[in-house]
Each structure stands twice: as C-alpha cells, then as structure tokens.
Design a protein around this ligand. Structure first.
Ligand SMILES: C[S@@+](CC[C@H](N)C(=O)[O-])C[C@H]1O[C@@H](n2cnc3c(N)ncnc32)[C@H](O)[C@@H]1O
Length: 260
C-alpha cells in the first residue's frame, strides 16, 4: 500500500500539493502525525518544501541526476559516451526512453539531442514516475546545459508495452530500453529501495518487435556485458562491454524493415 503525506509542519501549499499528488496517484492522503514508521505502508511519499521523498522499509528514494552529471561533463570535453554511440544520437533526434527510472540516461540523451530534439520517458511505477517527474522539473543541478536537458524531458507514467501499441509507426528516431537487470551489476545501498519498488518485467521479443515498429532508426537495449538476454531478444550487434560491465544491443532500422 502506498500513502502520501507531508513533512511534520507543512505549509498550506505543501498540504495542497500532497492532496493533489495523492488524487493523481489514486492513493490515500494521510495528514502527518508523528513518525513515518507508524504508518503501515510499502511506500510513503513525503511532500516537503524542497523535494519529494519516498520512504520504504529498504530506505529512501529521491531524485538526483546521478551519473548524468559526469557523463555530460565528459561529452562537453568532446569525450565519447557509449550509450550515445550505440544510439547513433545526433542533435534534433527524438528518443523514447521506455524505462525512465531516475532519468540519468534520458538526461544524457536530452543533452545531446538539444532543444530541437525531444525525449519522452516512460515509467511504469506511479510513485517512481512522480519522483522523477518532480526531480526533472525542480532539481537544480547548478549547470545550465544539464538543467535545460532535464526540464525538456517529458515524463509519462505508462507501461511501455501498452504505450508502444498506441504510437504511430516510425514516430521516434530511437527507442531505448534499460530494464532491471536479472542480477544487479552492483548492489549499492542507494539502489536497494528502488529495486524494491521497480517493475522487474523482463523484455520479450514481442516488446522488441513493437519497438521496431515505432523506431525510425534504432532500437537499443542496455544489459550486462555478455548477458544471454541479447541473443534471446535477437540483438546480434552489441556495442561496448569490452572494458565495462555494461553493453548495448542494437537493432538498426535497415535490418528490421522500418524506414531509415
Ligand atoms: C534500470 S531502471 C532504468 C534506469 C535509467 N535508465 C536511468 O538512467 O536512471 C529501469 C526502470 O524501468 C522501469 N520499468 C521496467 N519495466 C517497465 C515497463 N514495462 N514500462 C515502463 N517502465 C518500466 C522500472 O520500474 C525502473 O524504474
């Protein structure tokens, strides 16, 4: 069960934001009384003046740009980014990120495609979508390019399987997936609460086929290097992974019959 509440001494505005958010999520709003531990819930979304935090028994979830910050700095210095290379990303491109998570990959993509491009991010878990939407719109990374890239991302709370079926053919240049790995690369403490709430549905060949219909140029899937998932999904071209634990499986539009 998920609940929404506020900090201990909320302003009228915070209380209103919490009520609106609870209504949007279709979950109860509970006026804050004492400790969050007294609320018997799988997740408590706490609205404060500065941020949105999800309290779970496994720890807290809140927005931060994570690796997007050093990756954008490297791009600014002219260094390559393996995801950007795997996507063949260019300014002005449109990207559908089917597994938004905390949005780090989407921020990097948004930075590269710029104001003439477009990045739409899908997140299936409502409470996670709420946190990332809030963060992308409100978190100040103290870096103009990063801030602009974050603000441009369109967050949609949706399951990608359902959403892909609503889109016209060839409507995005790149369709991207970074599903929850079967075995996490690093079981870092800060990822534990996210893993507890995230959608762990594995990608299927049917989802890749749906993505191929929507992608004008490429479908890209992030996985562990050497993962059997690439072959299972029919992704024969793999980019990166020689020195890294991460690799990207790529399907080109030319190879999947979609217009280039
Ligand atoms: C590994 S995380 C993505 C991390 C992200 N690329 C980043 O840079 O922060 C995967 C996310 O995709 C979401 N997800 C998994 N299956 C999904 C689906 N079918 N539709 C939409 N989101 C999904 C999970 O809930 C999780 O938040």
């Amino acid at each position: 069960m998920t609940l929404v509440t506020t900090s201990r001494h909320p302003t009228a505005q915070e209380e209103m934001r919490a009520r609106v958010l609870a209504a949007e999520l279709g979950v109860p709003y509970v006026p804050r009384r004492g400790s969050l531990d007294d609320l018997d819930a799988e997740a408590v979304l706490v609205v404060t003046r500065e941020r949105l935090v999800v309290h779970t028994p496994a720890g807290e979830i809140f927005f931060h740009p994570g690796m997007a910050r050093p990756r954008v700095r490297e791009l600014e210095r002219g260094k390559p980014d393996v995801m950007v290379q795997a996507m063949g990303l260019r300014p002005g491109d449109t990207v559908l990120d089917c597994t938004l998570g905390l949005g780090s990959d989407a921020i990097v993509a948004s930075f590269v495609v710029g104001g003439q491009g477009r990045v739409v991010g899908l997140e299936a878990v409502p409470v996670l979508a709420a946190v990332v939407r809030w963060g992308l719109q409100n978190y100040d990374p103290d870096h103009d390019g990063l801030r602009d890239a974050m603000r441009r991302i369109e967050v949609v709370r949706a399951d990608h399987e359902a959403y892909l079926s609503t889109l016209p053919a060839a409507s995005f240049d790149i369709v991207y997936f970074d599903p929850m790995f079967r075995e996490p690369v690093m079981e870092s403490a800060h990822m534990r609460p996210w893993r507890a709430l995230a959608c762990h549905q594995p990608l299927s060949r049917a989802t890749i086929a749906a993505a191929c219909r929507v992608a004008r140029r490429r479908v890209v899937v992030k996985e562990r290097s050497g993962s059997p998932v690439f072959a299972e999904l029919g992704l024969t071209e793999v980019v990166g992974g020689r020195k890294s634990r991460i690799a990207y499986g790529v399907l080109d539009a030319a190879g999947m019959g979609a217009p280039a």
